[in-house]
Design a binder for this molecule. Structure first.
Ligand code: NAP
Length: 306
């Protein structure tokens, strides 16, 4: 599909792409670049690519597809390094979880003749680094692409075909709309998880050991999300501020209503909401985005305390 793919950043997402490219034979060569020598050495030991370099410009030279896979906060500096080395006709893409900001900071720096097709695979785990990736991560998950309306159709089609080859479903979307959608489906849920785990950690009347011991009551499912990469998520909230604040405002209003229902002992209001939300979970399972198995498909009997 491509002569040379360059991946700048080789953590969970970059290494999953690298593995998928290899498994599906999507490029003649994969060049890998990252910031730290030890991360590069780890990627090489895992055999994720063909060319390994700490110099991002060297990685992208001669590449027909370049994908930025670093935290979003690193994009501008990375772009300043690679821009002079990008080939005319190459496609520049990324996997960042926020898209409006990425358009704003990268688009002005994209050299003439380079196609810019930003993307966001809606797939991930709470783990980070080259060893955390796996080729199947994107299978049956959605990948949103947010090219500008005037972008070269052929380049967009090639990126669509690339993600489809990795097993994803692809949707084209306006960057601003993308940011609103992910604010409610991903960013606010992460903020809530970070908050509830932080609140529990700060409690004095319930001890930390009790929180950990009795976590199966619901808390532990939040801790999975709240274990997500601190730097990546810092950058998400720094760059998708408006959409997150809008959705958070809605959330807080609804939470106040729920607080009132609890205070007033309003059973019908509580039951009516919980019935609606249960139906949403069913729809997610029916859409193939979650397993039918109880308890998130956890294997029982083997985990400590179960
Ligand atoms: P990760 O596992 O933490 O990997 C980040 C990679 O970027 C590492 O190779 C790291 O290299 C490199 N890096 C970090 N800071 C850098 C800098 N200043 N300059 C150059 N390289 C730098 O992160 P990830 O989960 O793969 O996330 C990467 C991107 O994917 C983010 O933009 C995120 O928004 C997006 N994304 C993540 C998920 C998810 O669930 N994790 C889902 C969809 C999209 P060193 O070790 O060498 O520093």
């Amino acid at each position: 599909m491509f002569e040379k793919i360059a991946l700048v950043g080789i953590g969970l997402i970059g290494s999953s792409i690298a593995r998928g490219v290899k498994a599906k034979g999507l490029a003649k060569a994969t060049a890998i670049s990252t910031r730290k020598q030890e991360t590069l050495a780890e990627a090489e030991a895992l055999g994720l690519g063909d060319i390994y370099t700490l110099d991002a410009a060297e990685a992208v030279r001669g590449a027909d597809l370049v994908i930025l896979c670093t935290p979003i906060g690193a994009y501008e500096a990375v772009m300043d390094t690679i821009a002079p080395a990008l080939e005319v006709g190459a496609i520049l893409s990324d996997v960042g979880s926020v898209k409006g900001h990425v358009h704003r900071v990268l688009a002005p720096k994209v050299p003439r003749g380079v196609h810019f097709v930003p993307g966001h695979p809606m797939a991930g785990t709470e783990h980070s680094g080259p060893a955390a990736g796996f080729a199947e991560l994107f299978e049956n998950r959605w990948c949103m692409l947010t090219p500008e309306a005037g972008e070269d159709r052929g380049a967009v089609e090639r990126v669509i075909a690339f993600w489809e080859a990795l097993g994803s479903n692809v949707e084209l979307m306006d960057a601003t709309h993308h940011d609103l959608v992910v604010a409610i489906t991903s960013h606010v849920p992460h903020l809530i998880a970070y908050n509830i785990v932080g609140t529990a950690d700060d409690l004095e009347s319930v001890t930390k050991s009790e929180v950990i011991k009795f976590s199966a009551g619901g808390f532990r499912d939040f801790t999975r999300i709240a274990a997500s990469d601190p730097v990546m998520w810092r950058d998400v909230f720094l760059t998708n501020r408006e959409a997150v604040l809008e959705m958070l405002g809605r959330f807080l209003e609804d939470l106040s209503m729920l607080q009132r229902a609890v205070r007033m002992g309003d059973g019908p209001a509580l039951e009516s909401l919980f019935t609606r939300t249960r139906a949403i979970r069913r729809s997610i399972i029916e859409a193939g985005q979650e397993t039918e198995a109880p308890d998130f498909g956890r294997q029982h009997g083997s985990a400590p305390g179960e």
